[in-house]
Write a protein that binds this ligand. Sequence first.
Ligand code: NAI
Ligand code: 13P
Length: 336
Amino acid sequence: MNQHHARTAVFSAGSWGTAVGKIMADAGTSVIMHARRDEIADAINATHRNAGYFPDVELPHTVTATTDPATALDGADFLVLSIPAQSLRTGLAAWAPHIGPDTVIVSLMKGIEIGSGLRASQVITEVTGIGAERVAVLSGPNLAREIMDGQPAAATVACPDEDAAHRVQRACHTPYFRPYTSTDVTGCELGGAVKNVIALAVGIASGMGMGHNAQAMLITRGLAETTRLATAMGAHPATLAGLAGLGDLVATCSSPLSRNRTFGTHLGHGLTVAEATAATRQTTEGVKSAEAILALAGAHDVEMPITEIVSDLLHEKVTLDQAASALMQRPPKPER
Ligand SMILES: NC(=O)C1=CN([C@@H]2O[C@H](COP(=O)(O)OP(=O)(O)OC[C@H]3O[C@@H](n4cnc5c(N)ncnc54)[C@H](O)[C@@H]3O)[C@@H](O)[C@H]2O)C=CC1
Ligand SMILES: O=C(CO)COP(=O)(O)O
């Protein structure tokens, strides 16, 4: 396929969808964004800006927008999916009839579905009936704001079909964005989903006034529990040491741009979950995914003490002080 004539449909025009739309346009594909709101689509077409999310950044003029799913998907080589993980099943069911037979789906979502325990790529194959070889995952340390500013970043594109992974890689490779390929979809998706819960924990610790030693402890032991779950579910351990694992964990747990870290900071300052939710405008996947991840841990007989305590805090079963001492007073054990 001549990449310069490839077409990409992005659902939807939120913060990460818009940033990936910009990347793929800068990489030479023509991009059509699907927005639910007329004013977002109209502003992209008229002013080349996503007024709702990044009013200060001009998008490449090869990015257009529509509110009509059929128009967006007509002739699409790539369908990029970027909506909240818990909304994926219903959102995608409505769009699925318009997906062409050769379209490769690229999931950007970092969440696990409550109830089913399915990763986003599994929800996609289940809802659409499309084979896993046509579903790729793009994941890594990619705070949308930095990407919109053209700052350097890298990510992993995972798909069981290496050729599809390479096509996606070419379609999102720019001077500022460096995608690597992988076949470990499970590892990439679990790395992305669990790091949001660990970022909540780091935000909580920071909000409570804990220093960098405590935050590094949570990041490191958070990676250990992420790797335990992911490998129990068939992932390769090296994936969790890569961009979609350690890389994303470090970026998200360190950056005030992270919604999950910021949500945790609110909790650490003493806000209730309802108050922290009211203070958050955008998708904060870890808040919903924590309990789904904990259920997976139970099903696979894996210990995830940080995820467990974050889930307890989110359900307001424990206080901040009880959570901190519960983690510190676990029985001593070897590091591995
Ligand atoms: N923002 C970031 O820096 C990054 C986000 N992600 C992941 O990307 C996914 C999307 O996150 P963001 O774009 O940041 O969220 P966002 O809150 O900025 O945008 C979400 C988008 O989904 C749409 N949406 C919400 N509910 C919907 C529904 N029921 N049906 C259809 N569309 C719906 C919204 O209109 C909006 O366009 C999440 O899984 C997140 O973890 C991944 C990497 C970076
Ligand atoms: O996934 C992200 C960076 O890679 C964004 O993290 P937040 O969803 O916490 O903002």
